[in-house]
Design a protein around this ligand. Structure first.
Ligand SMILES: Nc1ncnc2c1ncn2[C@@H]1O[C@H](COP(=O)(O)OP(=O)(O)OP(=O)(O)O)[C@@H](O)[C@H]1O
Ligand SMILES: [Mg+2]
Length: 616
């Protein structure tokens, strides 16, 4: 098909909706003042290195002081050293020169100490932060992950960290020395000659307005670049994650277009932010030079009238140069500082999210020995979003060892029920318990012994077939892994692989068919030997012979185990002790397959009827 129709404008708002939420909406303008939780976070990261941090700070303070002494020494050299030398006494000038060299060496060495030290602390803190964020992402509940797109997550783990690293690598020493320098010089100038100092400090007025203008504009521009980059990343991950759908629907040209558009915005925002610097930086330089001229004019006058020495004036001018240089440098780092601040604010925001489903470290009320698998769902109300309940006051009792087939129309709430039983979510009210133990009171280990769920996704991790099965119980032996594989018919799959159980499944299990992946996922669930096994359309991708294979296996596997099997196919229901039909979040039919057939009026009977007719 050739598309001749014009493609509509890229709807950026739609993307922005995906990109933004309250957490990302931190106004970067306040970046100089970090939020309390962010300050706490930084504090907790740096605290282990408190002593080193103090040492490092001390180094930079002393180093700055040493470099600050140089213009003063020059002044002394000019005023006393030269006149002494005229009289044949070279001691002063020699001492001054030695002093300057020593100061320069001290400053150089201490700067090195500072950069090394702060770099080490910074890297250790960043490493710890990355570890915390990753662990936290994993711990957060499904409801968080449904809201927080993977693109945003990648943004957090990459560009936010890049921003922090950029500041640590390039900016931190400059930032600290600059601030120290500016403060020290102000004091020195006032001490040297306060009337002249006041004249030079008058330059702070235009600088203040210039800086405020720059900060405001650059905050907006910076915000735009961040926005644009985030959109690019989100679109990038989204289209690559859905690459199969992209190919199937020939979305490539359209995606290209969206990408180009987003990238163009990114470039524009970057240019804008860059252009601001081209005004700001020369602006500071100009103010600096004009001030120097004014100082020479007024200072010269004061020298002539005998209020100050030439050396003091020389020192003054040298200090002024050192005063404006860091101003310009700080401004250059304003961007990276802003970026790092925004980055860490967002990370602090993520770390502030609390998991909704909290799994206790130790179980309470769990059976002493093995779980038998008696399921009680009592008065459960649950919805994914507030005000939209999928099940209301739902109750269900499944005796231990029963095999239950759950049928119902699409959207009836079958998977929702399964997810509640597997504790992917907690009910808003009511309880789900296994053998009398509320799922909310079970530890990770007990929860895994109690229930396992196989979904249609059958997610495969990078690794071999055996490793993917072992995922269900990391401490399983090879024999146990193979036994679980045998039980559900993975053997038949593995036979055709060159390395058998050691064959790599490829990225996302891409080297296996959907059916093969499902078999492996079933073996994985079985390996954990759960008391309750939930199969959510787990056999939907299997062809008829393989499904029969699995069903035979299931009969043995499900002995002594409670099972909830969700399936659209009738053949699955045939092996069940009990059939439940769900509609609109309620159970509408409940009975043995034979009873429901005999009744002949219900949904199940109708399904059976259809099935028989299709066979004829
Ligand atoms: N993660 C989710 N977030 C929000 N709503 C959801 C989510 N998952 C399911 N729903 C909604 O809950 C309702 C029940 O969905 P559920 O997946 O339980 O149906 P189902 O019976 O398993 O359907 P199917 O047979 O198609 O798998 C649907 O209306 C669906 O839109
Ligand atoms: Mg479902």
């Amino acid at each position: 098909m050739t598309t001749t129709e014009t493609t509509p404008e890229v709807d950026i708002e739609q993307w922005r909706g995906v990109a933004a939420d309250t957490e990302d909406d931190i106004p970067v303008a306040v970046s100089v003042v970090l939020r309390r939780r962010t300050r706490n976070l930084i504090g907790s990261l740096v605290r282990p290195y408190k002593r080193q941090a103090i040492r490092v700070l001390l180094a930079i303070v002393v180093g700055t002081a040493a470099s600050m002494a140089i213009p003063a020494l020059v002044g002394i050299g000019i005023d006393s050293g030269i006149s002494d030398a005229r009289r044949g006494d070279h001691t002063t000038i020699a001492l001054v020169v030695i002093g300057i060299v020593l100061c320069a060496l001290t400053q150089a060495w201490l700067t090195r100490v500072f950069i090394l030290g702060s770099g080490r602390i910074g890297q250790a803190a960043v490493l710890e932060l990355r570890r915390r964020v990753f662990t936290h992402f994993q711990d957060l509940s499904l409801s968080f992950h449904e809201r927080y797109t993977s693109g945003r997550m990648i943004s957090r783990l990459t560009s936010d960290f890049d921003a922090i690293n950029a500041l640590l690598e390039a900016g931190l020493d400059t930032l600290v020395t600059s601030v120290l320098t500016i403060i020290t010089i102000t004091v020195i100038l006032l001490v040297l000659d306060w009337p002249l100092a006041l004249v030079s400090l008058a330059s702070l007025i235009p600088l203040f307005f210039l800086s405020r203008w720059y900060q405001r504009r650059s905050t907006v521009a910076y915000r735009k670049t961040r926005d644009a980059i985030a959109l690019v990343i989100i679109h990038f991950t989204e289209s690559l994650r859905g690459i199969r759908a992209v190919k199937a629907f020939r979305r490539e040209p359209r995606n290209d277009e969206i990408f180009r558009d987003l990238d163009e915005r990114n470039r524009e925002a970057m240019t804008e932010s860059f252009q601001l610097l081209t005004v700001y930086w020369p602006g500071i330089r100009m103010v600096g030079n004009v001030t120097t001229a004014l100082v020479l004019l007024y200072g010269g006058d004061r020298v002539i009238s005998g209020h100050m020495g030439v050396g003091v004036l020389a020192a003054f001018v040298l200090y002024l140069r050192q005063f404006f240089e860091p101003m310009a440098e700080v401004s250059q780092f304003y961007d990276s500082f802003q970026g790092a601040a925004a980055g860490i604010e967002k990370l602090a925001g993520v770390l502030d999210e609390t998991p909704k489903v909290i799994i206790p470290a130790v179980s309470t009320g769990a059976p002493d020995g093995l779980f038998r698998g008696e399921v009680h769902v009592e008065d459960v109300t649950f919805g994914y979003r507030e005000g939209r309940e999928i099940v209301r006051d739902f109750s269900l009792h499944i005796p231990a060892g029963q095999t239950v087939a759950l049928l119902g129309n699409t959207g009836a709430g079958k998977s929702t029920l399964a997810r509640l039983l597997a504790r992917f979510y907690d009910p808003i009210s009511g309880t789900v318990s296994i053998d009398g133990a509320d799922l909310r009171n079970l530890s990770e280990v007990d929860l895994r012994r109690a229930v396992a769920m196989v979904t249609q996704e059958s997610f495969m991790f990078t690794g071999s077939v055996a490793e993917n099965i072992a995922f269900g119980r990391p401490d399983a032996t090879r024999a146990e892994i193979e036994a679980a594989g045998r039980a559900v018919g993975v053997d038949a799959v593995v036979q055709h692989l060159r390395n058998g159980y050691d064959e790599s499944v490829g990225k996302n299990g891409g080297r296996l068919s959907a059916g093969q992946r499902q078999l492996i996922a079933m073996a994985r669930a079985l390996l954990g030997d759960p008391a309750v096994l939930i199969l959510d359309e787990a056999s939907s991708s299997l062809d008829a012979p393989t499904e029969r294979l699995v069903q035979n296996a299931l009969k043995t596997v499900l002995v002594d185990r409670t099972a909830l099997i969700i399936a659209h196919r009738l053949s699955t229901a045939a092996i069940a002790d009990r059939v439940l039909v769900m509609a609109d979040g309620r159970i509408v039919e409940d009975g043995t397959p034979a009873d429901l057939l005999a009744e002949g009026t219900g949904e199940y009977a109708a399904l059976a009827q259809q099935w028989r007719q299709s066979l004829v």
